[in-house]
Design a binder for this molecule. Structure first.
Ligand code: 6MZ
Length: 366
């Protein structure tokens, strides 16, 4: 068991579904909450209880996100959360991540959606313990690839990670606000923004509100990924599939007919095992649709969703898949490698990632 855990840690991994504020470190969350408690903005004891609770319903998770938003309202804090999140993913041997976040306006702090994103990028630039390649120009023509290839998977050298950003449209937003997010994503393309996500409380908002912005993103060549079927809503799932998203996340409540469409169109699915279990999307982990998709060789990728919120890590998600569904070490590394095909970054980055995983395969399987 310990050996399998170690193997899951050592594999170079690709993370395609992680929300920035859901990736906040526990220690940072406590520290920030304490300060706000002392200032009388929140009641620290009440927060402590919510944070410590392990099995949360989906609505409870969204209560917690509201709290996160109160905590992370200034630029410095946003930059810190981004910096720490990437350091933590790199420590797990994640070599490529698409980190998603909802750009936020906060007038009282002088924060606009753009300045929020600038704070995220400032956080990436501030990382010193890990080599971070987040610009779209960091492709195979750059000698960064060489640095990444010399990465020692046993951790002796400084770790390397490619970071790309997805801008999330929150389901509470208006059409105009969603359009603003797509425009911002287009403006920030050179700073590593590679796509658009639709997320937020799945029982809030109407599909038609977001459709114009998502269609606009597609027309502008920005790939999109949608939180799809997180709660039963067949009509919405069908409308989502109608716009042919490049990927979908969760897909917990799809009927057979919709699964047929997903499978025949080979839409990659971002699988978040712990998140689905913790938010009570399924009775037990062995009933997860991972099993069926894996058997069907359907494109998918193992992800954390909110590693801070759910106390998980990408390595842990691989371990969970292996121990629940009986995957061998070789199958696990293949799963990591297959994910390269579904990233939104350039072919140069895909080639570099293939080289990294091939090199790790040789080293690990010696
Ligand atoms: C839907 C989720 C989510 O954007 O502030 N988010 N949306 N389903 C989920 N599964 C549990 N987990 C996170 O990160 C936090 C935000 O991501 C979305 C929610 O909108 C949440 O407020 P950012 O960085």
């Amino acid at each position: 068991m310990e050996e399998l855990k170690e193997w899951c840690h050592l594999i170079p991994k690709i993370e395609l579904h992680a929300h920035l504020n859901g990736s906040i470190r526990d220690s940072t969350l406590f520290e920030l909450a304490k300060v706000l408690g002392e200032k009388g903005v929140i009641v620290f004891a009440a927060v402590e209880d919510v944070i410590m609770k392990s099995g949360r319903s989906l609505p409870e998770c969204f209560q917690l996100f509201d709290l996160f938003h109160i905590l992370a309202t200034d630029h410095e804090t946003v930059a810190r959360i981004a910096k720490e999140a990437i350091e933590d993913f790199a420590a797990e041997n994640v070599v490529y991540i698409e980190l998603r976040t909802t750009p936020k306006n906060n007038e009282s702090k002088g924060m606009t959606k753009r300045s929020y994103m600038e704070a995220v990028i400032k956080g990436l630039r501030a990382i010193e313990t890990v080599s971070v390649y987040f610009l779209n120009t960091d492709d195979s023509t750059d000698n960064s690839i060489e640095a990444i290839l010399t990465n020692d998977i046993h951790g002796a050298k400084k770790k390397n990670i490619y970071v790309r950003l997805l801008l999330s449209i929150d389901r509470r937003e208006t059409t105009a606000a969603a359009m603003e997010t797509v425009d911002l994503a287009l403006e920030l393309k050179d700073l590593g923004v590679v796509g658009i996500d639709l997320s937020g409380n799945p029982v809030v908002g109407e599909w038609n509100t977001f459709l114009p912005a998502l269609t606009y993103a597609k027309e502008q060549g920005l790939p999109i990924t949608l939180h799809c079927g997180e709660v039963p809503n067949r009509k919405e799932v069908q409308s989502m599939l109608d716009i042919c998203p490049q990927r979908i996340g969760h897909a917990c409540f799809l009927e057979n007919e919709e699964w047929e469409r997903v499978k025949s169109s080979k839409i990659p699915v971002e699988i978040c095992l712990t998140s689905n279990l913790r938010t009570q999307r399924l009775e037990s982990i062995d009933r997860h649709h991972f099993a069926d998709l894996y058997k069907a060789k359907h494109p998918m990728v193992l992800c954390t969703d909110d590693p801070g919120l759910f106390s998980t890590s990408v390595s842990n998600e691989y371990y969970l898949a292996a121990s629940t569904f009986g995957l061998s070490k070789g199958e696990l590394i293949d799963l990591a490698q297959n994910a390269i095909e579904f990233v939104f970054a350039s072919d140069g980055v895909k080639k570099a990632l293939t080289d990294i995983i091939q090199a790790a395969k040789r080293e690990l399987q010696q």
